[in-house]
Unconditional design. Structure first.
Length: 118
């Protein structure tokens, strides 16, 4: 699975961004999709995920209620809608794929930079 993330940029605190992740995989529906981020000087952290059918989503506490993950299995796309952005959301954001039969994310996109100014 090849993943290509896009949509990052510079935004003021309180603003919104929508990240996109395109997957080149005919069996995209067989993968759970996740978003991760890595801030400068910090380890990469999990942000949230969406089930293969888009029915279930999960978010970590700091982004819950502000971020929304969705997917379009007909277009092999997954999205991260980010509202109410805060300076602490500044990071490189990565999309990742996990096969249904696996417990770890084995495929990663190249990352897209999100910078939130105060």
């Amino acid at each position: 699975v090849q993943l290509q993330a896009s949509g990052g940029g510079l935004v003021q605190a309180g603003g919104c961004l929508r990240l996109s992740c395109a997957a080149t995989e005919r069996t995209f529906i067989n993968y759970y999709m996740g978003w991760f981020r890595q801030a400068p000087g910090k380890e990469r952290e999990f942000v949230g995920s969406i089930s293969w059918d888009g029915v279930s989503t999960y978010y970590v506490g700091p982004v819950k209620g502000r971020f929304t993950i969705s997917r379009d299995n007909t277009e092999n796309m997954v999205y991260l809608q980010m509202n109410g952005l805060k300076p602490e959301d500044t990071a490189v954001y990565y999309c990742a794929a996990r096969a249904k039969t696996r417990s770890e994310y084995g495929y990663w996109g190249q990352g897209t930079q999100v910078t939130v100014s105060s």
